[in-house]
Design a protein around this ligand. Structure first.
Ligand code: ADP
Ligand code: MG
Length: 743
């Protein structure tokens, strides 16, 4: 059945150890191909070796482990054949089993045998009974009366195999492994300091435990290992970054930044000032900055970024602002040129003498304008270049790129940063901004190679946002919703209506549809079967045009399939107040800033994630007037209502992010549309771990981070820790493979 003589390690093919008959189903059903794969297939739960038989009731389906106390056969009077009566016990209570045919069971269920029984509980003559239960005799190292009986592992179902066969395969694999063939990424000092079992012991503790305490210790060890390997990788990256050199960009007196500050129409918040100082300091060092700035929607990140960009220009360099969508890039360009005034008219008649130029690069620009902008970037005439990530990464050459600001794109990984490196003579300083509140465990892992700043306060004079859930199946409530919109518009405000899809009746696809703009429906758990059609932008637009309550209002649509110039035109008109109601997809999810917009209606709100809804509603209540967000839903699913109530109940983005993390895992917090677990998904999210939970394991991560930082400081190349080095490298390989796959 197995290779004899050959060394078995975690990379050995399963078929060589457990045979093709078992290897086939394991590969097919669960994608398990190697010894290591199978060992990472953790039991979903464990059964106590002796179950409790005291809490039964008629009709209950039980799965229990019990010992056969007695077994008797009896000839039946009316029928041919022999009947088998077995009594099983947990040591206290008893249940009778009845088999109307003894054949096949009589030899298996003899007194003293322990087995797993499954069946429906009945009552006969005052005694509990299972009629023809399914059962599995438990053998293999199980002595009588619980000598070395541990919890029984129950695996996720493997099609074509019984649970006990899977367990048997795992046991065979473990029997073939030796301490020497199992790598040990954890240094002995750390293991003894934290009282952690060795890797092979831990694997045994997971799959063939003596008791639950051993399972706990084993899980802890393997989670710590996973955290530690990843933190070692991050510590190496941080060390490498600290050794990098770039040009220091020191502030200059009498420059753009001073002139800009002097004309700022508002006072910076304390938080904005502190972060500004941090950025100035880090940029004036010759080590490239890698900083993540998180701040609630509306906390004023753009001003911070702009001030840093101006400092870069003052220091003789250029800055690039990367937006996730063309709509956002255009909006940044509009608001930044407006804020700068004549400071953005460098070299032009009437422009400031110290002024620079702000170039916008979009896919839809006329060739002439585009060529000029590319030229300005290359010559350095444009101190600030704004565009989408793709555009800037692919097409632009800079004279001297000093600073890259990445807006609303928290998934801006090492790979993208590396791509930007090639743009300058030295690596640029990098500032990544996000309005998605990120729980600490995520900043310590996914962003573990960056420093983090957080803006906690909102600028003064911000109005609160009230959020309510509106049942879509109550016509009076729905009508009231549209009337609220009309009321806001009549008092001079504007409104958003957000829909989960565009609709087929729109104009044909044009231009580059930004990924984010194609509203992907996000079905919540348990409510997949949508009872009605998803409201589309065009359907809702038509509905609103027909509604007498909205008579005379200007309605426009915005979504990712519009041609880029149309998107810009619609957004510009909405910004100028020429459009009253904007019916759109989630294009407006991030960064769109129209302070006069005060009300937002989200159609089929249950289809959006908790954090996403929080982002969306951040579009209203940005000015002097109170914001109102109405979450419309027809879903009756409990989980959906719970999530929407949570959004309505708090405006604390961190709390909602935590909830998202709990409900949906890291993937969605990071807005990766990744599918469930398994090996291949790990690299995807740079933070989807096999065993580690970002919700539960904060302590483990903190500890691993400290330990790894110390270890890497002492042994930067991990030369003295080859197994750890190999584990780190294999993580990097997977990450890179996933990155390439994503394109
Ligand atoms: P976000 O952090 O969501 O990107 P923005 O940078 O778009 O927020 O800022 C939201 C609005 O608040 C903008 O109109 C901006 O001009 C304004 N703003 C920023 N800082 C302040 C401040 N300190 N006082 C008053 N308004 C501010
Ligand atoms: Mg912003």
């Amino acid at each position: 059945m197995s290779v004899v003589g050959a060394v078995v390690d975690e990379s050995t093919k399963l078929s060589a150890v457990v045979g093709a008959r078992s290897a086939g189903p394991l590969a097919k059903a669960r994608d398990l191909h190697t010894v290591g794969d199978l060992l990472e297939f953790w039991p979903r739960r464990y059964l106590e070796h002796t179950s409790d038989l005291s809490n039964l009731h008629v009709g209950m389906y039980v799965v229990v482990v019990a010992e056969v106390k007695s077994a008797t056969t009896r000839r039946m009077q009316k029928r041919k054949g022999e009947m088998l009566n077995v009594t099983i016990t947990d040591g206290r209570d008893e249940v009778d089993l009845t088999f109307f045919k003894s054949w096949g069971h009589k030899d298996a269920l003899v007194p003293g045998v322990t087995a797993l029984f499954a069946g429906e509980v009945g009552m006969y003559r005052g005694r509990w009974q299972l009629t023809h239960p399914a059962y599995q005799v438990l053998e293999g190292g199980l002595g009588p009366h619980g000598a070395d009986r541990g919890p029984i592992p129950v695996y996720l179902q493997v099609k074509g195999m019984q649970n006990w066969s899977v367990a048997e395969c795992v046991r065979i694999v473990l029997d073939h492994l030796e301490v020497d063939s199992v790598p040990e990424p954890l240094p002995a000092t750390l293991r003894s300091r934290h009282g952690l079992p060795g890797r092979l012991d831990a694997l045994k503790g997971i799959h063939v435990p003596r008791d639950f305490a051993q399972v706990q210790r084993a899980r802890h060890r393997l989670r710590y290992e996973e955290a530690f390997v990843f933190q070692s990788l991050l510590a190496q990256r941080r060390a490498r970054q600290a050794a990098e050199r770039t040009r220091a960009r020191r502030p200059r007196e009498g420059g753009l930044l001073e002139a800009f500050d002097a004309r700022l129409p508002f006072e910076l918040t304390a938080g904005q000032r502190t972060v500004g100082e941090t950025l100035a300091q880090e940029m004036s060092r010759d080590v490239p900055m890698h900083r993540l700035l998180q701040g609630e929607v509306g906390s004023g990140k753009t001003v911070i970024a702009l001030r840093a960009m101006l400092a870069a220009v003052d220091a003789g360099g250029q800055a690039a602002l990367l937006a996730p969508t063309e709509v956002l890039a255009a909006q940044h360009h509009r608001s930044i040129t407006a804020m700068l005034g004549d400071l953005a008219e460098g070299g032009m008649l009437g422009g400031s003498e110290i002024g620079t130029r702000v170039a916008l690069l979009t896919g839809s620009q006329p060739t002439q304008a585009r060529r000029q902008n590319l030229l300005d970037a290359a010559s350095g005439d444009a101190g600030i270049v704004i565009g989408t990530h793709a555009l800037i990464q692919e097409h632009v050459q800079f004279q001297d790129l000093a600073l890259v600001v990445v807006d609303e794109q928290h998934r801006f990984g090492v790979e993208q940063r590396d791509a930007l490196r090639g743009k300058g003579n030295q690596p640029p300083h990098v500032l990544v901004m996000t309005a998605t509140p990120i729980p600490r465990t995520v900043t310590m892992t996914v962003f573990g190679d960056m420093e983090t700043s957080t803006l906690t306060e909102l600028p003064k004079g911000r109005s609160p946002i009230a959020t309510h859930v509106v049942p879509a199946d109550r016509p009076a409530w729905v009508q009231r919703t549209w009337e609220r919109i009309a009321e806001e518009v009549r008092s001079g405000r504007q409104a958003y209506v957000v829909c989960p899809r565009i609709g087929d009746d729109g104009p044909p696809t044009a231009g580059s549809a930004d990924d984010e703009e194609l509203a992907a429906p996000e079905p919540g758990e348990g409510d997949e079967a949508a009872p009605h059609e998803m409201p589309s932008v065009y359907a809702v637009e038509a509905l609103l045009r027909e509604n007498p309550a909205l008579d005379g209002l200007t309605i426009a649509v915005l979504h990712g399939r519009l041609a880029p110039e149309d998107k810009d035109a619609v957004m510009a008109a909405f910004t100028r107040g020429e459009v009253d109601v904007l019916v759109s997809t989630t294009v407006i999810e991030v960064g769109v800033d129209v302070p006069n917009a005060t009300v937002m209606v989200v159609m089929d709100a249950e289809r959006f994630g908790v954090s996403q809804l929080h982002q969306l509603r951040g579009r209203v209540g940005r000015g002097r007037h109170a914001g109102l967000c109405l979450l419309m839903t027809a879903s009756e699913a409990e989980t959906a209502r719970e999530r929407l109530d949570a959004v309505a109940g708090t405006t604390d983005g961190f709390e909602l992010a935590r909830l998202d993390l709990e409900l949906r895992g890291t993937g969605d917090v990071l807005s990766a549309r990744q599918s469930g677990g398994g090996r291949s998904s790990r690299g995807m999210g740079r933070g989807s771990f096999r065993f580690l939970s970002l919700v539960r394991d904060e302590d483990v991560i903190l500890q691993a981070r400290d330990d790894a930082t110390a270890l890497v400081a002492a042994d930067p190349d991990l030369a003295e820790h080859p197994d750890l080095q190999a584990a780190v490298r294999s993580w990097v390989d997977e990450e890179q493979a996933a990155f390439l796959e994503r394109g």
